[in-house]
Write a protein that binds this ligand. Structure first.
Ligand SMILES: Nc1ncnc2c1ncn2[C@@H]1O[C@H](COP(=O)(O)OP(=O)(O)OP(=O)(O)O)[C@@H](O)[C@H]1O
Ligand SMILES: [Mg+2]
Length: 272
């Protein structure tokens, strides 16, 4: 269970996140939506401890994550993997080494210098790539892959950490619709099959509706909506995105057509 309790983050006088509170139980798929500057990334970064809180608590299984220091913070970060819009891979390094970087902190300096990995770790990295459908890319340089493949490598790197939580900051914002769908399907699979909690900042309502079992809407640092996708009416969306936003269904929907394989893929998954 993850509990965010009255968390704020100030930058100067401005509250990027303002007194946010919510609890996530078990393996939910939670989407965070809101317009640019609403505080979505700041909130995720505090959960991962890439950013400190100004006030409040973040409890995971009863322990205050926001108060961790030094090595404890790094241990937490290995249990709470982060995926970014720009993938953050090492472009000139091969795919399997990029995946192995998920457990870099468990290796000695000498092993790191010579890029030496235990055979069992290499086999596990390849097994994860295989599960995500990209094992044949393992020897290639990361930069030679498509955006969607690179994001799946980033997900594989996260899985290498065997995390309890996966945080994804706009994981599909740089991808074309087809790759976006593959990446979202992959995150959903990990959520459903492994029972890992996924919290993703998403920039389109349509994606949030399609993949999340819960949606948190932020506006000006505050949580203004917390509910299920069915409760996300156009009126609620206006509250989240602002009455002055040129809000319409098209502007906030992804280019993934509603009646295509996205539904089938997800439905198949739920039945399998
Ligand atoms: N390191 C920082 N220093 C100063 N201000 C910051 C910093 N990081 C974020 N902010 C400010 O905090 C607010 C929230 O930013 P944040 O990046 O969390 O928004 P966001 O919802 O992720 O936006 P986007 O959709 O554009 O990614 C913004 O006003 C931003 O300018
Ligand atoms: Mg952001």
């Amino acid at each position: 269970m993850l509990q965010v309790k009255s968390v704020s983050r100030l930058f100067g006088q401005k509250a990027a996140v303002d007194n946010a509170s919510f609890t996530i139980n078990g393996p939910s798929f939670v989407g965070i939506i809101g317009r640019s500057g609403a505080g979505k990334s700041t909130l995720l970064r505090m959960m991962n401890r890439l950013s400190d809180v100004s006030s409040g608590q973040i409890l995971f299984e009863g322990r205050d994550i926001a108060a961790l220091r030094g090595a404890e913070t790094r241990t937490w970060q290995s249990q709470c993997a982060m995926i970014f819009q720009q993938f953050n891979l090492v472009p000139r390094m091969d795919v399997v080494s990029n995946v192995l970087y998920g457990i870099l902190n468990r290796r000695s300096t000498l092993q790191t210098m010579f890029n030496l990995w235990p055979r069992a770790d290499i086999l596990r990295a390849i097994a994860i790539l295989d599960r995500l459908g990209i094992a044949e890319q393992a020897p290639k340089r990361a930069e030679a892959l498509s955006g969607g493949q690179q994001q799946r490598v980033a997900i594989a790197r996260a899985l290498m950490q065997d995390p309890k939580i996966i945080l994804a900051d706009e994981p599909i914002a740089s991808l074309d619709p087809m790759n976006a769908q593959v990446v979202m399907d992959t995150l959903k699979r990990i959520n459903v099959e492994d029972g890992r909690m996924v919290v993703a900042n998403l920039h389109t309502l349509d994606t949030a509706r399609r993949y999340c079992d819960r949606v948190i809407g932020m506006r000006d640092g505050r949580i203004v909506f917390d509910g299920t996708p069915d409760q996300l009416s156009t009126g609620v969306a206006r509250d989240i995105y602002g009455a002055d936003a040129s809000f319409n269904e098209d502007a906030t929907s992804t280019a993934i057509p509603k009646d295509t394989s996205a539904d089938r893929t997800y439905a198949d998954l739920m039945m399998s």
